[in-house]
Design a protein around this ligand. Structure first.
Ligand code: BYC
Ligand code: FE
Ligand code: FE
Length: 482
């Protein structure tokens, strides 16, 4: 697996051997760069950022750290090495050799999966483009940009697949990736959460915690794909994804820690006391958690989905770590799902397992999110002792505030954070208590003034336990104007 780092497009796919493909990608490159300049991080494009760049696909030592101006980042195409003799691990083609080319009968759904995955990557960059102006520290600013450039690389990963395996319509899809815009009413991004505004750093930490974590589970499912180039691409993307989720999980943890410290300092349990000291009160944090967890759950699709059944049957998309299961065919099992009936009451329905694959994946996601919430609660208890027990954070029920699937508000269903059915009027009456509102946004904007001096940090978030790549927190992670 040689990595060609000095090519115009760094890669380990021997791009220079395929002149047509190389030319097509080199034509897409300037369009990508114009998109990056227009929609990428605003106001920091000429700064030198301490970034890691992929230089190999080996598990240890793929990353190289250096000061880079973002538009000069070495976005490249990296696939995990091919495993000789790999076979399809699930579905109707179980045990057959993995496909090195697109199987004709699955071309359309496969392209659709790749386009949906690819679309999320630039969308997240667009959503986050103004956050640099309110960064709490250079450490956080650098992490934001690291996430942004890697999401840009993930777009490259999907565009490579579209260009090399889908001909003319693949190239058209690659162009369209640069034309849709997050939140745009005419040309929105494909999936709901990627059109939600990310206006402050609490949103950002929640997004990288909950929405990038959907990415983790989707990429793991696609890493099982019978279409081998997609599987190999996603496996390498997962190594980058780990850092994104670290940024989110520890980011929320640091905001929680600071809130608890301010509660200790004030001696009061009133959220108002934390506000007086410039922190993020835990009830406000809970509202953001409720929002981003629920919109991210929607990303798993409907609980009962014939798309999911078809993706599994045809070997395009497997389950999270498919090897953990004994039965890879999943034809004669069922999944019991409580579904609201006409009267709004929940009744258990037996769903053929293949049609419940979105829910199977969501189960694993919810468990992973719960693990992080437990960790944040331990932080509260560490700072506040027994007093912390009254201030625990929690995941809302998966039926709460849904826009896709069996519990969708669009279909007229509403649930409280415990998952109990309620009326639309009851939901509307509690909305401000359960979800962030204009007042929360105004307050966060007020406290989130940029802190861009090395070693300094804003008052609403605790410093990280350690710096990046063995550097101290005081390190100059971003050199402004150089
Ligand atoms: N918003 O059976 P259904 C990441 C549509 S994140 C809007 O429910 P299905 C990242 C659906 O398209 C990972 N529309 O869903 C994170 C369908 O439309 P049609 C991204 C939605 O197909 C942070 C209809 O509703 N990767 O990498 O089983 C930063 C009914 O379909 C939504 C992937 O998503 C929604 N939330 O599952 C950067 C993997 N949900 O057919 C990056 C690829 C559903 O009526 N995607 N719809 O027009 C998939 O596997 C599937 O498309 C989904 C949906 C799991 C998303
Ligand atoms: Fe990504
Ligand atoms: Fe990510």
């Amino acid at each position: 697996m040689n990595v060609d780092l000095f090519e115009k497009i760094p890669n380990n796919v021997n791009l220079s051997a395929d002149k047509r493909l190389q030319r097509a990608l080199e034509q897409w490159l300037p369009n990508y760069l114009s998109w990056w300049r227009e929609m990428g991080p605003e106001g920091f494009q000429e700064d030198s950022i301490y970034l890691r760049t992929a230089v190999s696909v080996e598990p240890d030592g793929w990353a190289h750290f250096n000061y880079v101006k973002m538009p000069e980042y070495r976005w490249g195409i990296f696939l995990e090495p091919k495993q000789e003799g790999r076979t399809i691990g699930f579905g109707d083609h179980y045990g057959q050799p993995a496909w090195q080319d697109v199987p004709g009968e699955y071309r359309t759904p496969l392209r659709r999966i790749i386009v949906t995955q690819g679309d999320t990557e630039p969308a997240s960059v667009e959503q986050q483009r103004r956050l640099g102006h309110s960064a709490p520290s250079l450490y956080d600013l650098r992490n934001l940009f690291q996430v942004n450039v890697e999401e840009g690389r993930h777009l490259w990963a999907m565009v490579y697949l579209l260009h090399s395996y889908f001909g003319k319509d693949g190239r058209e899809e690659a162009e369209a990736m640069l034309e849709r815009r997050s939140g745009d009413s005419d040309k929105p991004r494909i999936l709901g959460a990627f059109n939600e505004p990310i206006v402050n750093w609490l949103d950002f930490f929640m997004f990288t915690m909950f929405t990038d974590r959907d990415g983790k589970f989707q990429l793991y499912s696609l890493a099982e794909s019978g279409f081998d180039p997609l599987a190999r691409t996603c496996r390498f993307m997962l190594t980058e994804e780990a850092h994104h989720m670290f940024v989110g999980e520890t980011g929320v943890d640091r905001v929680v820690q600071r809130a608890a410290e301010l509660m200790l300092q004030s001696g009061s349990d009133d959220p108002e006391a934390v506000r007086k000291l410039g922190g993020v009160p835990l009830d406000m944090l809970q509202r953001h958690l409720n929002l981003w967890f629920s919109v991210s759950e929607d990303l798993f699709g409907s609980e009962i989905s014939s798309n999911a059944a078809d993706f599994f049957a045809s070997g395009l998309k497997g389950r999270y770590k498919e090897a953990q299961y004994e039965d890879h065919i999943a034809l004669d099992k069922h999944y019991d799902l409580p579904v609201p009936g006409e009267d709004g009451r929940l009744a258990s329905t037996s769903v053929p397992l293949r049609n419940a694959m979105n829910e199977v994946l969501r189960d694993q996601y919810v468990a992973d999110c719960q693990r992080a919430v437990d960790k944040w609660n331990r932080t509260i208890e560490r700072v506040l002792g027994e007093r912390g027990a009254a201030h625990r954070l929690r995941l809302p029920h998966r039926r709460f505030h849904r826009n896709i699937g069996a519990y969708s508000m669009a279909a007229g269903y509403h649930f409280d954070p415990d998952g109990n059915p309620i009326t639309a009027a009851e939901f509307a009456a509690q909305r401000g208590r359960w979800l962030p509102g204009p007042e929360d946004r105004a307050y966060l904007q007020e406290i989130q003034k940029p802190v861009l001096e090395p070693g300094k940090i804003a008052g609403w978030v605790a410093p990280p336990a350690r710096g990046i790549n063995g550097q101290p927190f005081e390190f100059e992670y971003v050199r402004h104007g150089t």
